[in-house]
Design a binder for this molecule. Structure first.
Ligand SMILES: Cc1ncc(COP(=O)(O)O)c(C=O)c1O
Length: 364
């Protein structure tokens, strides 16, 4: 058993940890009220900083993306609006949409990343004299593709609608001004900056618990929707708000992002390139993806389990994943805290585990 483990299971992509020494001391953790009753003053400052980062009129923090999606869906009058979600979008937005469904009814879905299907469904919604709200993720880490959000927002706006985006997997990674050498752009403000959707009819909801390492979330978008969420939001009345430590950690993340973010993102990109190049050199099949969640493709769940156990015995932790059709994968979540050597070692051990897990008749 190796003494120092190499951990590829964490999505703290930029390596922000917010230890006690990095944050101001606190005298109490929570004020014991929901945010609709009373808030820490730091919450207002944080929201101003977040809307500056994302390029939106307003922002609203919340306990988690589930709380925020619940309140976002509740901010639209169902007599006027219809929601459609990407069939493979992360489940939280769909859970929140199901609050509008009758018993045994499911949220309406469009084909994965399919602009023509969205256009057709928007036209149907308009014919029913309603307005569409298109729900999607900013990036599909399962197939490594980025939706054409500029096109989504044109389609929504042509019918007086909105695009509602789960930006969790790209906040802190994507930003404005992408170039060939810097394909994610700069600043880490997420999909609104990346696609140039500032001041469009788009709301992005993000967890700050991935790249930014702070256990809370936010919604960022036009003032009209954010104030509806503020005044109508059920969770703002009935749930606890983020603690002072969550908010101080979020501010620390924004501060560190503004000073170190671009160089950390660049290092992460080089690490991803190194992963892909090393895997190719060892004939390890991987999903082509620009994202730090790198997937190795495997022929069966049994292979995956054997490889995962082998890696674990060698001190390397990875996560089981699945493709859209249930295909077997192992995920290596890369963060800036990994060394290039650690990535090379992990892939060398993986190649070894693959040769050991081949059926007997092909084993060399
Ligand atoms: C795309 C996406 N959205 C939302 C979440 C949930 O984040 P949280 O529970 O921190 O709000 C996750 C967590 O993995 C995620 O990957």
């Amino acid at each position: 058993m190796a003494s120092v483990r190499i951990d590829f299971t964490s999505s703290l992509y930029l390596g922000f940890r917010h230890g006690a020494g990095e944050l101001p001391p606190w005298r109490q953790l929570t004020i014991g009220t929901p945010s609709a009753v009373n808030r820490w003053p730091i919450a207002d400052q944080l929201e101003v900083e977040i809307s500056g980062l994302c390029g939106t009129e307003r922002a609203l923090i919340g306990r988690s993306t589930l709380h925020l999606f619940w309140d976002l869906i509740g901010a639209f009058d169902p007599k006027e609006w219809e929601f459609i979600a990407d069939e493979h979008s992360y489940p939280l937005a769909q859970w929140a949409m199901s609050r509008l469904c009758r018993q045994n009814e499911r949220p309406r879905l469009f084909r994965h990343l399919d602009v023509d299907d969205i256009a057709r469904r928007c036209a149907e919604i308009t014919r029913r004299r309603k307005r569409p709200a298109i729900v999607t993720d900013s990036f599909c880490s399962v197939c490594g593709q980025t939706p054409d959000l500029a096109r989504y927002s044109e389609l929504a706006e042509n019918s007086g609608g909105y695009v509602l985006i789960d930006d969790t997997q790209t906040l802190g990674l994507m930003g404005k001004g992408r170039q060939k050498k810097y394909p994610w752009g700069f600043g880490g403000g997420g999909c609104i900056r990346f696609h140039g959707l500032e001041h469009r009819r788009v709301v992005a909801i993000s967890s700050m618990a991935k790249a930014f390492g702070a256990a809370l979330g936010f919604a960022a978008g036009p003032a009209e929707i954010i104030s509806q969420m503020k005044s109508l939001g059920d969770t703002r009345w009935h749930c606890s708000q983020p603690t002072i430590v969550d908010m101080e950690a979020a501010r620390n993340a924004l501060c560190r992002n503004s000073t170190e973010g671009n160089s950390l993102r660049h290092r992460l990109k080089l690490l991803i390139d190194h992963f892909a190049k090393t895997a190719r050199a060892k004939f390890i099949p991987i999903l082509e993806s620009p994202h730090p969640a790198q997937a190795v493709l495997l022929p069966s769940p049994a292979h995956a389990e054997r490889c995962r156990h082998y890696l674990s015995r060698k001190g390397i932790d990875v996560v089981r994943g699945r493709g859209h059709l249930g295909e077997t994968r192992l995920l290596f979540l890369l963060t800036v805290t990994h060394s290039f050597n650690a990535v090379s070692k992990a892939l060398a051990e993986f190649a070894e585990s693959m040769s050991l897990s081949e059926p007997d008749h092909v084993r060399r």
